[in-house]
Write a protein that binds this ligand. Structure first.
Ligand SMILES: NC(=O)c1ccc[n+]([C@@H]2O[C@H](COP(=O)([O-])OP(=O)(O)OC[C@H]3O[C@@H](n4cnc5c(N)ncnc54)[C@H](OP(=O)(O)O)[C@@H]3O)[C@@H](O)[C@H]2O)c1
Length: 296
């Protein structure tokens, strides 16, 4: 399934601390649920629990029938480094996009995930020391060797995307960015327009503000929650406030990466989000709640 046609992606970052996806059986049920929902794309990164989340995916996928396994689509990312038991010798946060690192990390992810090919491989964060031609060649090499089907970026500005694409013959399939009613910067900094112009997919991480929607008491969170609750009360089917926030992203053409580790929530969020045809005024009301100011 082409990434542009999926209504959502399941993000596995929190899986090992989640209610339903922490065990091999639970994770396998989440994968099966994603297939049933028509959302076969699963988001990973080499750093999620030092690779343990990818390994959990690999173990879980092996318990599924091969016909199901072949329908799953895997995203992974590399390039972020920080001090952790799985990254010996690293003393501070930094980024890497050199060819040797990409090759090594792609192979390690393939091994852990138990797949022959990663469907979409992303540079997790822009490395300010990136030699764009070297990185572009490395990504092209991973594609031509069949290790990845497509590549893209995450948290890249328009200029950083341009620098990378101009350095080779690369087609970047996606930019994974923070985007939600809590974080609307990409609407104005050109990131979203640029992604659309290049025909890339805009993948929205932390679409619910990573729990802020439910329990944070800062002013923005309270405003967004209050707005969505009022909307929920006046809409005929009373969708969840989470589904409304996700529908807000879909109205923009972005694909939300759902971070829930609850199977029931995942099912409800996808089904309710799909059923919402967000009215343009409702969309602007949510934007204003996030920003705290009216559009001029
Ligand atoms: N590229 C990047 O730099 C980057 C950065 C961050 C994340 N990501 C990706 O984006 C994915 C999503 O990010 P995220 O996890 O922050 O997404 P999120 O969907 O904004 O937040 C998920 C959190 O919200 C909770 N939640 C969801 N629905 C809820 C509800 N109805 N009531 C109460 N709590 C609810 C979840 O808890 P429950 O499990 O209990 O539902 C979970 O803790 C990650 O898995 C990862 O794949 C990428």
């Amino acid at each position: 399934m082409d990434i542009h046609t999926t209504p959502a992606i399941w993000g596995a970052m929190r899986a090992r601390r989640s209610r339903d996806a922490a065990s091999t059986d639970g994770f396998a049920r989440m994968l099966a649920t994603c297939l049933e929902l028509g959302t076969p794309w699963i988001d990973h990164a080499d750093i999620y629990d030092d690779g343990a989340v990818e390994a959990l995916h690999g173990a879980a996928a092996r318990t599924l029938p091969s016909s199901d396994r072949s329908r799953l689509r895997v995203i992974s990312k590399c390039g972020v480094r920080f001090a952790s038991p799985g990254q010996p010798g690293v003393r501070l946060h930094h980024y890497r996009a050199d060819a040797a690192w990409l090759q090594q990390q792609a192979e390690a992810s393939l091994e852990r995930l138990g797949v022959e090919r990663i469907n979409l491989y992303l540079l997790h964060r822009p490395d300010y020391l990136m030699q764009a031609e070297e990185t572009a060649r490395a990504l092209e090499g991973l594609i031509s060797s069949g290790k990845i089907a497509a590549c893209g970026v995450s948290n890249f500005s328009c200029h950083q995307v341009e620098t990378l694409t101009a350095a080779g013959n690369l087609t970047l399939a996606a930019n994974q960015i923070e985007l939600s009613p809590f974080h609307t910067t990409p609407l104005d900094n050109g990131q979203l327009d640029h992604v659309r112009r290049l025909g890339m997919a805009a993948l929205a991480w932390s679409p619910l503000g990573g729990q802020r929607l439910f329990n944070a008491d800062d002013a923005v969170s309270v405003r967004v929650r209050t707005c969505l609750k009022a909307m929920q009360a006046r809409l005929p089917d009373s969708p969840g406030i989470d589904a409304l926030a996700l529908a807000w992203l879909r109205r923009l053409g972005a694909i939300p990466i759902l971070g829930t580790g609850s199977r029931d929530r995942l099912i409800r969020q996808v089904q309710e989000m799909r059923a919402i045809e967000m009215d343009v005024q409702d969309w602007y009301e949510i934007l204003e709640a996030g920003r705290g100011v009216r559009v001029p």
